[in-house]
Design a protein around this ligand. Structure first.
Ligand code: ZN
Length: 233
């Protein structure tokens, strides 16, 4: 029986929805974030606000929300070459991936998450990766997650489970999941307190949240919001 989870938590819409789901399912939930010199380090501040607000507004979840861990992974910045960690414009690469792709990022994140889960005695790793309407990042694929779960369990001699609740749903359905888990209060929290924008902009509050409105992350979030509002009528 799995009763405890470590949520890969960046402070964005997806990982906040995953955190809410984990709090609704498991008795003990800890969160893990990474500081890897990302341009949107405002995400790291959003993490604190989201955790605080979840505990304040959802008393049934508050006692389950355990420690927060933030680990430094500046090795990704040392390798460089991504528009997420360097001041270069968003563009497509010759191999068809956007230059926001940070090679090996999720592989590294999951390896570190597995090590931390081992130390903390946590049984499930929850991550908001998604194949459906994402940028085609190969380290977000279901097969990659299954292979990582196998590698971690072999290498750590554990029975960890990597859970990916958003893998097969789109952004509109992610908004719906927030609604199902915590009603309007959770939707409002996601809009107001989470951060997704790659540019790190929080100047203007749109219906779907704060952001520049034009980077790939904002576009995806805004489109998902509009589709969801259209579905909800
Ligand atoms: Zn943006």
């Amino acid at each position: 029986m799995h009763t405890s989870a470590l949520v890969m938590f960046s402070g964005g819409q997806d990982s906040t929805t995953c955190l809410a789901l984990a709090l609704s399912k498991y008795d003990r939930v800890e969160t893990l974030g990474f500081d890897y010199g990302q341009r949107h380090s405002v995400e790291l501040q959003a993490r604190h606000t989201v955790r605080q607000q979840l505990a304040a507004q959802f008393p049934q979840w508050a006692p389950k929300l355990g420690e927060d861990h933030v680990l430094q992974l500046d090795v990704l910045q040392q390798i460089g070459g991504s528009s997420l960690t360097e001041d270069v414009a968003f563009a497509m690469q010759a191999d068809g991936l956007p230059n926001t792709f940070v090679p090996g990022r999720n592989l590294l994140f999951l390896t570190v998450a597995g090590a931390l889960a081992y130390r903390r005695g946590l049984q499930v790793i929850v991550t908001g990766v998604c194949e459906t309407d994402f940028s085609g990042y190969p380290d977000c694929r279901d097969d990659t997650m299954k292979a990582m779960q196998l590698a971690l369990n072999l290498g750590l001699a554990q029975r960890l489970r990597i859970e990916t609740p958003l893998m097969w749903i789109d952004k509109a359905q992610t908004w719906q999941m927030a609604q199902d888990l915590g009603g309007q209060a959770l939707v409002d929290l996601v809009v107001r307190d989470t951060h997704t924008c790659y540019a790190g902009t929080r100047d203007a509050l749109h219906d779907w949240g704060y952001g520049c409105g034009s980077c790939p992350a904002c576009e995806l979030r805004a489109k998902g919001w509009e589709r969801w509002r259209a579905m909800a009528g």
